[in-house]
Design a protein around this ligand. Structure first.
Ligand SMILES: *Cc1c(COP(=O)(O)O)cnc(C)c1O
Length: 462
């Protein structure tokens, strides 16, 4: 299995190197050269299996010979053992033909755990074999960072540095990042927004001296292994509603375009997905781009769904790569325009491709809050604000095909918005009830690449 960069000018890598690298050396993102298809019979054969068995069958063709079959099964089992629900990704019904896929039963209560718990295992196995040590640097709008710290804390061979926007994450998110006591985890509060943090991380990857000195590894959804882990629950949920014999649709609350892109890969593998709907909050650059053809950034506005407060959606580059007929030079050109001028126009042909692949919608703050209120009243299901963005957008897209909306976080992760909408404060699951008593440990940093790099070098002695 070979992986190629969306900008066409980085070395072709195998799965292990792709996973350990994160961002390609030409600034692009890695994708499989060919997406391995699953036959109708193979997809039908997933029905009734455990989540772990489904995960093994869906992901196995992508990993080449990086892990033996037995080892890969063991790593998958270990990854999901800490989840608080035996189904891992249970499906609930909200309304006739509308279903909710609960992806928040992992250790940090957001869907990020599905990928992060797995890549924690995969990194440990791969690095344990080679004896190499890596420095993981990630940017977060809140959930990726807590999931990464939880997945990598205490592991040998790995130091983890997480950059989050100071004052712009929820208290539960912040505490999940700042309270682990393990010496190998470092929470960094940066003055800026998520895009500031993500730009700092990208700049560190593009500084090859630094990158090689500290052996930088990336765990943002630019990392292909994360996207791959998320492909699994599109299959598991679709199969339980009758796929591949009947099609399903998905609505995905979207920020960095990683989760929805996993759905796009599932469809490429052969899963009959009728509609894949991008749901955004008022930071609606993706909805505007798909509607108008212009991808134009205009600053992040804070919202009650902060994990989607993003303007530069990294993984959109992967969709653009396909939309431009896998022309890496064309993608590199668009990304240069974005960096220099804050936007670009999508060509007519590419826009048609994207519109055939994705539908889209947005939810205002008022619509999000009203959806939390209404859904709790009608069904008893308490949605987090991100999931509510999804449910609102999905309600406008219902048809005879079953619609599955992804519930991306537990309501207790965003208690203020949920309490405002329902009048009741959602409680944390018992296993993390003492989160508010644990001492915090965090370093505040300016938006300054040199300062961040100096701190990392100092902490790891490089
Ligand atoms: C990360 C996140 C999203 C957005 O997912 P992307 O893969 O970045 O599009 C949505 N909701 C929650 C709760 C998240 O943590």
């Amino acid at each position: 299995m070979h992986y190629i960069s969306t900008r066409g000018a980085a070395p072709v890598l195998d799965f292990e190197a792709t996973m350990l690298t994160g961002l390609a050396r030409d600034g692009g993102l890695y994708l499989p050269q060919h997406v391995p298809p699953m036959t109708h019979a193979e997809i039908a054969g997933l029905a009734g299996l455990s989540y772990e068995e489904q995960a093994y069958l869906v992901m196995r063709p992508f990993i080449g010979d990086t892990f033996s079959d037995d080892e890969f099964r063991t790593l998958i089992d270990a990854a999901y053992a800490g989840f608080g629900h035996p189904a891992r990704a249970p499906l609930k019904q909200l309304a006739p033909n509308h279903f909710l896929l609960e992806l928040f039963h992992g250790p940090t209560l957001a869907f990020k755990d599905f990928a992060m718990q797995l890549i924690g295992q995969l990194f440990q196995a791969a690095l344990g074999r080679s004896g190499a040590r890596v420095t993981i640097v990630g940017a977060t709008s809140g959930d990726t960072g807590s999931a990464a710290i939880e997945a990598f804390r205490g592991l040998h061979n790995v130091d983890v540095f997480i950059l989050y926007p100071h004052g712009r994450v929820s208290e539960v998110q912040r505490r999940q990042m700042t309270t682990p006591t393990d010496a190998n985890v470092h929470a960094l509060a940066v003055d800026g927004d998520f895009d500031t943090c993500q730009a700092l991380v990208k700049d560190m990857f593009n500084d090859f001296t630094f990158r090689d000195d500290v052996r930088l590894a990336g765990i943002n959804s630019i990392n292909w292994a994360r996207v791959l882990a998320q492909v699994v629950y599109f299959f598991s949920s679709a199969v339980s509603l009758g796929a591949p014999h009947r099609p399903v649709s998905f609505t995905v609350p979207t920020g960095n375009f990683g989760d929805i892109f996993a759905g796009y890969i599932a469809r490429q593998m052969g899963l009959p997905i009728e509609k894949l709907v991008v749901a955004t909050n008022h930071n609606d650059i993706l909805h505007r781009a798909l509607s108008s053809g212009g991808y134009v950034t205009d600053g992040v506005k804070p919202s009650i769904s902060p994990s989607m407060d993003i303007q530069v959606s990294s993984n959109f580059e992967r969709a653009l790569f396909d939309a431009y007929g896998r022309d890496g030079a064309a993608v590199a050109q668009l990304m240069e325009e974005l960096k220099q001028g804050g936007g670009f126009d999508i060509s007519q042909g590419a826009l048609e491709f994207l519109r055939e692949s994705f539908a889209s919608g947005r939810a205002s703050e008022g619509e999000t809050s009203a959806t939390i209120t209404r859904t709790a009243g009608a069904t008893g299901e308490v949605l987090c604000p991100h999931s509510a963005v999804g449910v609102h957008v999905a309600e406008g897209q219902l048809s005879h095909t079953p619609m599955i909306t992804l519930a991306t976080a537990h309501p207790a992760k965003f208690p203020d918005a949920v309490e405002a909408a329902t009048g009741a404060r959602p409680g944390l699951p018992v296993r993390m009830a003492d989160l508010f008593e644990r001492p915090e440990r965090v370093t505040r940093l300016p938006n300054d690449l040199r300062a961040v790099q100096a701190l990392i070098r100092d902490r790891i002695g490089a």
